[in-house]
Design a protein around this ligand. Structure first.
Ligand SMILES: Nc1ncnc2c1ncn2[C@@H]1O[C@H](COP(=O)(O)OP(=O)(O)OP(=O)(O)O)[C@@H](O)[C@H]1O
Ligand SMILES: [Mg+2]
Length: 301
């Protein structure tokens, strides 16, 4: 088999690790694992905080393949992605292969890693074209360095937020055509409760109020963008610390005090949500109402 041919991955091992580390998401884990094992590249599409990185990390570990993570943004030039020659050594020694500093793409190809590009829609077009070439050929030519060939386990996974202002329309149809797409939406309430409980170890009532509050933010007339489960995790973690600093014991008999929960929620959520156009009051008032409403819905006084 030539080195440029993709090789199957341990699809069972991948799903096994994902099941142990990722709450629910079993269908997504199976489908992404199957696509990667089949040598396909994957586009993961979903809002922030929906577990895309968590899922992919567990699949890479399950496959025993390294994960190389790159943040997609306007500064991710082809040179940054591919690598560059050390300028000072080039001056004294000329362009030698030893003077080449490999970028994440070159490292991922030669290590047989999964290259994970987050916020893919923000990557400049010329960088996308480099990736497109690699997807088609599994090799690339680097000027004054030579041919870089992908090891058989190399894959590309791109993540995108469908609501990003930069928009997924920037991504060329040729790339969609060479990838498989898996959508990762917000999880249901029981799954989010399990995620937050596992991440915080917080008491049930506080976890429930935090999860309900972030779910309300996603469907609220005064907010354009709501919070992911990260907002619930942060609310719980901050509330626990605040209770400590204020000398308030939290137990099943003593739920978190209202002001403490509210202060934590304001810190955790006001920066994560975005007011709708023409909103008539400050974001603190909106989040405060949401936090209280979450408590009321769950039957608190
Ligand atoms: N299904 C899940 N199982 C376990 N943890 C989860 C799950 N979903 C989200 N989380 C937790 O929520 C947080 C955000 O998850 P993660 O970083 O994977 O999201 P993401 O989709 O990669 O976000 P972004 O698009 O902002 O990069 C992490 O703390 C993660 O542990
Ligand atoms: Mg991520």
């Amino acid at each position: 088999m030539s080195t440029t041919t993709a090789q199957r991955l341990d699809v069972t091992g991948m799903v096994h690790v994902a099941r142990a580390r990722v709450v629910a998401r079993i269908r997504e884990a199976e489908v992404v694992a199957a696509a990667l094992s089949a040598g396909r590249n994957v586009l993961l599409e979903g809002p922030p905080g929906t577990g895309k990185t968590t899922l992919l990390r567990s699949l890479a570990d399950g496959a025993g393949v390294p994960l190389v993570l790159v943040e997609g943004n306007a500064e991710l030039t082809p040179t940054r992605l591919v690598g560059h020659h050390d300028a000072s050594r080039v001056l004294t020694e000329d362009y030698r292969p030893e003077n080449f500093v490999p970028g994440p793409l070159t490292r991922a190809m030669t290590d047989g890693a999964i290259l994970y590009v987050e916020e893919f829609n923000r990557v400049p077009e010329e960088t996308m074209n480099v990736l497109l070439g690699v997807l088609s050929e599994r090799e690339m030519h680097v000027p004054r360095f030579g041919r870089v060939t992908a090891r058989p386990t190399f894959r590309l996974v791109a993540a995108m937020n469908p609501f990003d202002a930069v928009g997924t329309a920037r991504v060329t149809p040729a790339l969609y055509d060479r990838s498989c797409r898996v959508a990762m939406g917000y999880q249901d309430e029981p799954a989010e409760l399990a995620v937050v409980a596992a991440a915080t170890g917080g008491p049930e009532g506080l976890v429930a109020q935090a999860v309900r509050a972030v779910r309300i933010t996603r469907d609220h007339a005064e907010l354009r963008i709501g919070s992911s489960v990260r907002g619930a995790i942060d609310s719980v973690l901050i509330a626990l610390e605040l209770a400590t600093v204020r000398g308030q014991a939290i137990s099943p008999a003593h739920p978190v005090e209202d002001t403490t929960g509210l202060d934590a929620a304001l810190a955790a959520l006001t920066g994560k949500v975005t007011l709708a156009d023409g909103a008539a009051r400050p974001v603190e008032d909106v989040v405060g109402d949401i936090w209280r409403r979450a408590g009321e819905e769950l039957g608190k006084a």
